[in-house]
Design a protein around this ligand. Structure first.
Ligand SMILES: [Zn+2]
Length: 208
């Protein structure tokens, strides 16, 4: 994970001349694909479109940690506005885990990096060792929903020695993109089956 300071736009790479936002150039700032629709099953500040799409890919594959810093306030704002009013007690943040071998390959989990930045804003705890990715799932991009669901079945387990930490707790599942919801829904099912109370799904962007 790189944390080099940026003088270029996190979305398009242009040099930042004058901007009140240190992460994005004025052009990208004014083109952010803000999510206006009210979601009921999951929440995101953005629609999965440029320039956000490019930032998410860069966070995932170019280990640019500053992108997490740039996106965290938007995610935190959605939590405060849409999720917090529905929480009877502060939730625990659980980032969607990567399989051990994939995390070793990449060196980090982008959802975990993001979760830590968001948690800093909200002063919420992040749990990274309760929900475990048990199965190295194959890339889901071109699968239909039924195949995705089959692919995800049994993909996550709870570390039974950590199980008590989620009992009767509200959980905020954090991931980068919500596509069909197969991944986050599978996480929610496993968490619920292991005693979690209310589960909320929050991602940077949703595919509409
Ligand atoms: Zn830009």
């Amino acid at each position: 994970m790189n944390w080099f300071p940026n003088y270029t736009c996190m979305a398009c790479g242009d040099e930042i001349q004058t901007s009140t936002n240190v992460y994005l150039c004025p052009k990208c700032m004014s083109n952010l694909p803000i999510m206006f629709e009210t979601q009921t099953t999951h929440y995101s500040p953005f629609v999965y479109k440029e320039p956000i799409r490019n930032m998410i890919l860069s966070l995932k594959y170019n280990s640019n940690g500053y992108i997490a810093k740039a996106l965290a306030p938007y995610i935190a704002a959605v939590y405060l506005k849409q999720i917090k009013p529905k929480c009877d007690q502060p939730p625990l943040i659980i980032p969607v885990p990567l399989h051990r071998s994939r995390q070793r390959e990449r060196g980090y989990n982008q959802s975990e990096v993001l979760a830590k930045e968001v948690a800093d804003y909200l002063n919420l705890p992040v749990l990274t060792n309760v929900l475990i990715r048990n199965k190295k799932t194959i890339i889901q991009k071109h699968m239909d929903t039924a195949t995705r669901m089959k692919n995800m079945q049994g993909a996550f387990i709870i570390d039974q020695s950590e199980k008590s930490r989620i009992f009767n707790q509200n959980i905020l599942i954090l991931d980068d993109v919500y596509t069909t919801g197969t991944t986050t829904n599978e996480c929610a099912t496993v968490l619920r089956a292991n005693g979690a109370r209310n589960i909320f799904i929050l991602t940077i962007a949703s595919v509409l």
